[in-house]
Design a protein around this ligand. Structure first.
Ligand code: SF4
Length: 238
């Protein structure tokens, strides 16, 4: 049976790197995961719900790059978050695994991955960054994440809101200058029903101002939800 070295699956962290020599960690659900085919051992597994590493010699960044590179190859190119996001993240991870300066910081990669997860049109773009996000949250947990969120009414915004807030963070809810924008109060009520705290701002400029006032040295501010919101953000930032 496959021995898990470490990983994150469905948000649950599995880390057995400190076990005594000879001790093994097995997960009953991973039966049949030893070999891909005869003599071809599975060293790591990456999927839409997270990842597992079975071989301690696996280089995590290299494995994440392989997964994202395959997603970039399979992207049909119909929507921008997936078409551009998979390429940009793949290039950044490729630079990192070769020890070269990355064109994107970890903050940039996380923000792009969040955008891909929430705004891509189909399951490929929506899930291909999940294991990357799980790894970032697990291995770089010191970041404080401040989300500025706003949605359009025609989308399944309660579902998007639930996905974006599942991993925690601080949430500032606002509305783009669009008649289709969901009101911040409606979003706040939805989060309140989930037992989560949030604050509201009447527009994007005020939300940005508040987020920047609250930000510390290790704060990542992520603006996401609708393209109208991103447009208003670019306008507010000049
Ligand atoms: S998310 Fe789906 S529709 Fe959009 S580019 Fe990727 S594969 Fe195509």
């Amino acid at each position: 049976m496959a021995h898990v070295v470490y990983g994150v699956w469905d948000g649950v962290v599995h880390d057995h790197r400190g076990l005594a020599p000879g001790a093994v960690a097995v997960l009953p659900g991973l039966q049949g995961f030893d070999e891909f085919d005869e003599g071809n051992h599975i060293r790591a597994f990456f999927g839409d719900r997270g990842f597992f590493v079975f071989d301690p010699d696996v280089h995590l960044i290299d494995a994440l790059w392989r997964y994202m590179d395959k997603a970039a190859e399979q992207s049909c190119g119909k929507c921008t978050p997936c078409r551009m996001g998979t390429q940009l993240v793949s290039q950044a991870l490729d630079a990192m695994r070769h020890g070269k300066p990355s064109p994107l910081s970890l903050d940039d990669i996380e923000a792009l991955a969040e955008q891909m997860a929430t705004t891509s049109l189909c399951g490929l773009g929506q899930t291909c960054a999940n294991s990357l996000l799980a790894a970032l949250h697990r291995h770089f947990p010191d970041y404080r994440r401040q989300f500025i969120l706003g949605f359009s009414r025609e989308k399944d915004w309660p579902q998007m809101l639930r996905q974006l807030t599942a991993d925690g963070g601080d949430f500032l809810l606002t509305a783009a200058q669009s008649p289709r924008a969901v009101s911040p109060e409606a979003m706040q009520a939805e989060l309140h029903a989930l037992g989560m705290q949030s604050v509201t701002a009447p527009n994007v400029a005020m939300a940005l101002q508040q987020a920047l006032c609250d930000a510390g040295e290790h704060t990542l501010i992520c603006v996401t939800g609708s393209l109208f919101l991103v447009g208003d953000t670019l306008k507010a930032m000049g």
